[in-house]
Design a protein around this ligand. Structure first.
Ligand SMILES: NC(=O)c1ccc[n+]([C@@H]2O[C@H](COP(=O)([O-])OP(=O)(O)OC[C@H]3O[C@@H](n4cnc5c(N)ncnc54)[C@H](O)[C@@H]3O)[C@@H](O)[C@H]2O)c1
Length: 245
């Protein structure tokens, strides 16, 4: 991954930060995209200091095509190319289906699904053959979760999008894959959880531990390596065995 240029979205914390750090550890230049410019710049500086690679922070709302276009063009302007795009940004606000409003639905679908479409279409326009795109899906694309019907729909949509895009972009020799995490310890997932709830979730995981951002990062980095050149359109589940039951 030496000297590759990798964009990671939703990268100032949680799984996205874990992915950005893993690319930097492998010698890639990383672009940190997230909602707050200051946080992006701070994270980019920390990565530069820790891994001795160049990093750039760019403010980007994944629900905005204009922002995603700007993210790609600023990346190419700074580094001269785009090799890897990982769309990790996503939201998962719990709400019973009978209470979900049209606005709730649109917000989740706009960020998680439309943002993935913008990621693939804008990144692929800028990439050369050998480019790699990874979208962070979820095991909620494969099994149902109460209180997350909009989220489950968005991630199911992501899997379909990844398969169709991979088929089309094979002609350009660009790989498109998804990683579907199980329960991963992040500010979004466990930040507001008490110990009892953490233990209950752990009991459902055959591996008997919460996943860590690095568990997802390793799968994402592998899918973006030359070793994965012949893998495309796949959804790689990383869940400690949760969905086997
Ligand atoms: N943590 C889990 O257990 C888990 C499980 C399955 C899938 N996922 C998926 O992994 C991804 C990351 O989850 P996490 O748990 O690290 O979340 P998190 O809430 O801890 O962090 C998400 C990051 O994305 C950013 N973000 C949110 N909306 C954005 C937008 N519109 N544009 C740009 N950035 C935006 C946030 O600012 C934040 O920095 C999501 O796509 C999520 O659906 C997480």
């Amino acid at each position: 991954m030496l000297n590759k240029v990798a964009v990671v979205t939703g990268a100032v914390k949680g799984i996205g930060l874990g992915i950005a750090e893993e690319f930097a550890r492998q010698g890639s230049y990383v672009v940190i995209a997230d909602l707050e410019k200051e946080e992006c710049d701070k994270t980019a500086k920390e990565i530069e200091a820790k891994f001795k690679v160049m990093a750039l922070g760019i403010k980007c709302d994944m629900a905005s095509q204009k922002d995603v276009k700007n993210l790609v063009s600023q990346t190419v302007k700074k580094f001269g190319k785009l090799d890897i795009f990982v769309n990790n940004a996503g939201i998962y606000p719990f709400k019973p289906i009978l209470e979900i409003t049209e606005q709730d639905w649109d917000k989740v679908l706009d960020i998680n699904l439309k943002g993935s479409f913008f990621s693939i279409s804008e990144a692929a326009k800028a990439m050369q053959p050998g480019g790699k795109i990874v979208i962070i899906s979820s095991i909620a694309s494969l099994v149902g979760f109460s209180g997350l019907s909009h989220y489950c729909a968005s991630k199911g949509g992501v899997n379909g999008l990844v398969r169709a895009a991979a088929l089309e972009l094979a002609a350009k020799k660009i790989n498109v894959n998804a990683v579907a995490p199980g329960a991963i310890e992040t500010p979004g997932a466990t930040g507001a959880m008490d110990e009892k709830a953490r233990q209950q979730t752990m009991a459902a995981i055959p591996w008997k531990r919460w996943g860590q951002p690095e568990d997802i990062a390793h799968a994402a980095v592998f899918l973006c390596s030359e070793k994965a050149d012949y893998i495309t359109g796949q959804v790689i589940v990383v869940d400690g065995g949760w969905t086997l039951q």
